[in-house]
Write a protein that binds this ligand. Structure first.
Ligand SMILES: Nc1ncnc2c1ncn2[C@@H]1O[C@H](COP(=O)(O)OP(=O)(O)OP(=O)(O)O)[C@@H](O)[C@H]1O
Ligand SMILES: [Mg+2]
Length: 869
């Protein structure tokens, strides 16, 4: 019998007060975890461990969502009215139009969202859960109350619960307490009623910054305390420039539409036109004016972009970040693993005089072997080195985990009756805590000349690209079993380990490629300035001015922002400073990307417009990121940037289409309806026109783009759109007036013939203009339109012509036209297209053709500069 829901979940208030054994009992689980079958049952009952249910709406929800759209509602009302008044043709066609455009819209969008979701799931955060007695990696969403989960440094706490075991277990609970310093976790129940004070409680959304532990899950999903807040924080990123822009444009069009429709309706009624006909005409106009496909085109284009990017090893978690990636003009990167191979090898182990020393290696290896936090590449390199002869038996007693404030890591170790604190870390951090130095086995006071010698040793190595770690030791009392950061003082420097981390072979190419595409690169590293300069040089970045963490600490935000344009390299930067730099760049109006993989990179990843991480990165970094690179390579990102710009270019095509020809046509029609003694188009014809126009645009998300569309950062610009609308709208109106005049004054058409002629001209100009608008170049020299776009557009146009002039024409109120008139319409269409082609050069924003010449200079092979130990 499974326990009742009330046995756990929200029922266990202050669960951290319960003794572990009774908590295990009430959750009906054991230290060795749940059985898989039981877990599945619980999952069915408690639902997935997600702060929000699923973000994608079901098809049914989508239909409902669209039906409450006032326009669709009016249309349905219109269909009902025509049905009752006996106008069966109108009823059938309005229903068809509504049904078809809804189906098209919803299906397209749903399919796109499913595809994007599947991609997102492929990089979902996983947890190491014990099921059926074995550790399995499962998506965090599958966790249930009673699960037992293993946690390591860099992991996100996946749910609420308590620690069953804890080994130097340190959590960042800033989310909950605002406190940036790690909170130590133990396994003892706490009497407190405040979650922030419960030292055995683990809360979803916090992260492990040191040590390791095993967690018993008590609450999942929405019942977690802070999970919801953190999900909110992550999800409530301010909308991207694109989203804001589209929203603003949509609102503008909506207002105009409303105004125009009401105006037309009133004018008609005051002129005593038939009320029903006027109403239907106004409704049809409104439908024609609304860019109803805009949301669909956005989603489909972005989802399509996400799929293409996935093929190029970039998984997009937040769709609108694709636009930001295309708009990005500054990319900040971490050094290790992004610009370098991250295959770090130990190159030397030296005493303070610079002579090889086995004692340094022995102590450094002990430090790495005894620490239980993440094994950084530096630790791996130490452990991979041959152990020096004569290493004797040591035992581990305790450790102080690494953090980015201290930049060092200590272990308390015992040999025979002696206890030592062995510390390794950034040389500055070690020297700041040292008072002595070992020379030929004897401790000497760390005086000026010794300090100078050590600094010189470090600088010499750093300039050659070697990263250095200092190693120090301290004698501890024989009864010591625990240590704190206060013990990391009065140290004796034993020497240095030097590590080689060669720059990536293709990094220089990628840097050049990104620069050529208008993306400037800045390096934000925790490493020594000279090492950063060396790597920058090797990958072709200007190694001019370097700003260090120490200098930044003294700068106000304003002062930092003022300097940031001139500096590309940042050294000895801590996690918070990484974030400050991103903020300063944003403040200067840059669209900023940040790419990193460490716990220390997560704040900056989150602060950037586009947060980028890699597949092997820590969970906190991956969770904060908007996109994940499956290969930790800058070249992959270059491909992503191009996709981002393609996506933006295609969304722009749709917007330009809507704002120029379609809008212009509808506007002229509204005005003409007041001037003419009859309707320029029947409501039914407007709806048909609108449907065909929608169909013609289905291919836009798939379209190819020209080289120059991907050359520079592209971003949403309302002024550009308004200028385009103004120029192209005027041309369109000019031709509308010409068409009116010719139809009335030259051909003396009656209502039906006028409507047929106007319908043909309007549908032909509206549809064909896509082949001009989609490119800055003359259409014959542009990229080939995608098959779906070409077929969709020409197919829609052919159907329009067939419906107007074919046997079914009378059903829609069309009349046959004399060949002369057809010739005239063809001529008008051709001249319109010619004029639009000329006008677009005025209307489109200037393509940034002036490439960065420097960036195109032949590069020197990166391998020349590579460091080899
Ligand atoms: N496991 C470790 N033990 C001791 N010291 C360490 C360890 N890991 C890092 N450090 C020290 O902390 C410094 C900052 O860490 P780290 O280099 O990972 O920062 P970062 O900003 O990610 O740098 P990068 O740009 O090279 O990736 C290192 O230069 C090193 O001196
Ligand atoms: Mg790093």
């Amino acid at each position: 019998m499974p326990p009742k829901p009330s046995a756990y979940g929200p029922a266990i208030e202050a669960f951290w007060r319960e003794p572990t054994s009774s908590l295990l009992r009430s959750l009906d689980t054991q230290r060795c975890g749940l059985r898989q079958r039981e877990a599945e049952k619980r999952l069915a009952r408690f639902g997935p461990n997600l702060a929000e249910p699923s973000q994608t709406r079901s098809i049914l929800q989508k239909i409902v969502h669209r039906l409450v759209n006032p326009l669709i509602a009016i249309l349905i009302a219109a269909a009902a009215v025509s049905g009752f008044s006996g106008d069966l043709a109108s009823f059938v066609i309005i229903t068809l139009v509504v049904g078809l455009s809804l189906t098209l819209d919803i299906l397209q969008e749903h399919r796109a969202e499913l595809a994007a979701d599947a991609l997102r799931r492929s990089v979902a955060i996983q947890a190491d859960v014990i099921r059926d007695g074995a550790i399995v990696a499962l998506p965090v969403s599958e966790l249930v109350p009673g699960d037992v989960v293993e946690l390591r440094i860099g992991d996100l706490v996946p749910a609420d619960g308590v620690a069953l075991t804890a080994r130097d277990f340190q959590l960042n609970e800033a989310l909950m307490t605002g406190e940036p310093f790690p909170a130590a976790k133990t396994t003892e129940p706490c009497a407190t009623s405040l979650p922030a004070e419960a030292s055995n409680a683990l809360f979803a959304g916090t992260s492990v910054v040191g040590g390791s532990g095993v967690m018993l899950v008590v609450e999942t999903g929405r019942r977690t305390r802070f999970g919801m807040i953190s999900a909110d924080l992550l999800a409530n990123d301010p909308p991207s420039a694109l989203e804001q822009g589209v929203q603003k444009l949509g609102l503008l069009i909506l207002k105009l539409t409303l105004f125009l429709t009401l105006f037309v309706l009133l004018a008609h009624l005051m002129a005593h036109r038939p009320a029903m006909e006027s109403f239907l005409f106004a409704v049809a106009l409104a439908v024609g004016l609304t860019p109803e496909l805009l949301p669909m085109v956005m989603t489909v284009t972005l989802a399509r972009g996400a799929q293409r990017m996935a093929k190029r090893q970039v998984i997009v978690k937040r769709l609108s970040a694709i636009h930001d990636l295309g708009a990005m003009d500054t990319l900040c990167v971490d050094k290790t693993g992004t610009l370098t191979e991250a295959k770090i090898t130990l190159a030397a182990h030296l005493d303070p005089a610079g002579r090889p020393s086995n004692r340094v290696l022995e102590l450094a290896r002990l430090n790495s072997a005894f620490q239980t936090g993440i094994h950084s590449p530096l630790d791996e390199a130490l452990l991979a080195a041959d152990s020096p002869p004569g290493s004797s038996a040591w035992t581990r007693l305790a450790e102080i985990p690494f953090d980015y404030e201290r930049r060092c890591l200590s272990v308390l170790a015992a040999r025979d009756n002696d206890r030592f604190l062995i510390v390794k870390g950034a040389p500055e951090a070690i020297m700041a805590r040292a008072v002595a130095v070992e020379v030929d086995g004897l401790a000497r006071p760390l005086d000026h000349s010794h300090r100078a010698q050590l600094v010189r040793l470090e600088d010499d190595h750093a300039r050659q690209g070697f990263r250095l770690l200092g190693v120090a030791i301290r004698n501890m009392a024989p009864d010591r079993v625990n240590v704190t950061t206060e013990d990391e003082s009065v140290l004796t420097v034993v020497g240095f380990c030097a590590f080689a981390d060669p720059p990536k072979r293709d990094a220089a190419d990628s840097v050049r490629d990104l620069k050529a595409r208008g993306v400037g690169i800045k390096v934000l590293s925790g490493d020594h300035a000279a090492v950063v300069a060396h790597v920058a040089d090797a990958v072709g970045l200007p190694s001019g001015r370097i700003l260090t963490g120490g200098e930044i600490a003294d700068l106000s935000d304003q002062a930092l922002a003022a300097q940031i344009e001139d500096v590309d390299l940042f050294a000895r930067i801590d996690p918070e400073q990484k974030r400050r730099i991103i903020r300063a760049l944003r403040q200067r109006g840059h669209v900023v990307g940040f790419m990193g993989d460490g716990v220390n990179d997560a704040p900056a990843i989150h602060a950037a417009h586009v947060g980028i991480s890699v597949a092997g990165a820590t969970e906190v970094a991956r969770a904060a990121a908007d996109m994940i690179l499956l290969a930790p390579d800058l070249s992959v990102l270059g491909a992503g940037v191009i996709e981002g710009r393609r996506t933006f270019a295609n969304i722009s095509k749709y917007v330009r289409m809507g704002t120029s020809s379609n809008f212009g046509n509808m506007l002229s029609m509204a005005l003409a309806s007041i001037a003419l003694p009859f309707l320029p188009l029947l409501p039914l014809q407007i709806l048909l026109n609108n449907l065909l126009y929608d169909l013609s645009e289905i291919g836009i998300p798939f379209d190819e783009i020209d080289e120059e569309d991907a050359e520079r950062p592209q971003s949403w610009n309302m002024a550009d759109i308004l200028r385009f609308t103004f120029v192209m709208g005027s041309i369109s109106s000019l031709f509308d007036v010409a068409t009116f005049t010719i139809l009335l004054k030259v051909f003396h058409t009656d209502a039906a013939a006028f409507q047929t002629g106007w319908f043909l001209e309007s549908i032909a100009t509206q549809i064909l203009v896509i082949f001009l608008i989609r490119t800055r170049r003359p259409p014959w020299r542009a990229s080939r339109p995608h098959r779906i776009l070409a077929l969709g557009s020409l197919g829609a146009l052919a159907s329009g012509i067939f419906l107007a002039l074919g046997p079914a024409g009378s059903l829609f109120g069309f009349a046959g036209l004399p060949p002369m008139l057809l010739g005239a319409i063809t001529l008008i269409t051709i001249s319109y297209l010619a004029m639009a082609e000329a006008g677009k050069h005025l209307a489109l924003p200037v393509a940034a053709r002036e490439r960065n010449r420097d960036a195109l200079r032949p590069q020197h092979p990166a391998s020349d500069a590579a460091v080899n130990g």
